[in-house]
Design a protein around this ligand. Structure first.
Ligand code: OGA
Ligand code: MN
Length: 210
């Protein structure tokens, strides 16, 4: 599977851009091809088995710390050139970045992402994907890598869209959720089985904080 790029005016990408403009978020149930979803899940499991995933920290910089009472996932940041499947994913995300820049004028310059594995029972309490001292993250994107996930397995992404509206996403393999990082509070509910995803952030240029 080679680096995968789709044109930035692909109907799927235009739909995401339209949703973001209208509502600040988008869900696409059929985003990743099945073979790519499987290859990414295998890559994530391999890294977990080799001990490369580490407990995720809360906050950034020297004050960040692991706090399982806030988030219990294990993560590893991905880099280009490590695995074909990851490069395909990064290619798709780059096409999405271009589409958002064309349609929303966000000036997104880069993308950072990590594998995340939530062991059974792990969760991530309600939060925003933006640090107090660093507002470069503009758009969050999560793709799920789970085979045959059912609602009764739990593990929903719960988004708080406004005062009265909660919306739950079931983390089914191949599904993509995108939302404005600074505007949509969300949480990850505990699941009865291991939950795999790739989470990433499109960033604009900013002053690198200390
Ligand atoms: C995160 C996050 C959501 C999910 O990693 O910041 O909110 O559904 N993930 O995994
Ligand atoms: Mn988040």
């Amino acid at each position: 599977m080679r680096a995968m790029q789709i044109p930035s005016d692909h109907p799927l990408l235009l739909r995401i851009v339209d949703d973001l403009a209208a509502n600040g978020w988008s869900q696409q149930n059929i985003f990743l091809p099945l073979d790519l979803t499987r290859a990414l899940a295998a890559e994530c499991r391999k890294r977990a088995a080799e001990g490369e995933l580490a407990p995720a920290a809360v906050g950034r910089g020297p004050l960040s710390e692991v706090r399982e009472g806030i988030r219990g996932d294990h993560i590893q940041w991905i880099e280009p050139g490590q695995a074909d499947a990851c490069d395909s994913y990064l290619g798709l995300m780059d096409s999405l970045r271009e589409a958002m820049n064309r349609g929303l004028f966000l000036g997104l310059e880069d993308f950072e992402s990590h594998f995340a594995m939530y062991p059974p029972g792990a969760f991530y309490l309600r939060h925003l994907d933006r640090f107090r001292d660093d507002d470069r993250r503009m758009v969050s994107a999560v793709v799920y890598l789970n085979d045959a996930w059912l609602p009764e397995h739990g593990g929903q992404l719960r988004m708080y869209l406004d005062e009265s509206a909660e919306y739950d996403v079931v983390p089914v393999g191949g599904c993509l959720v995108v939302f404005l990082s600074g505007e949509v509070p969300h949480e990850v509910l505990p699941a009865t089985r291991e939950r795999l995803s790739l989470t990433g952030w499109f960033r604009r240029r900013g002053n690198e904080p200390f």
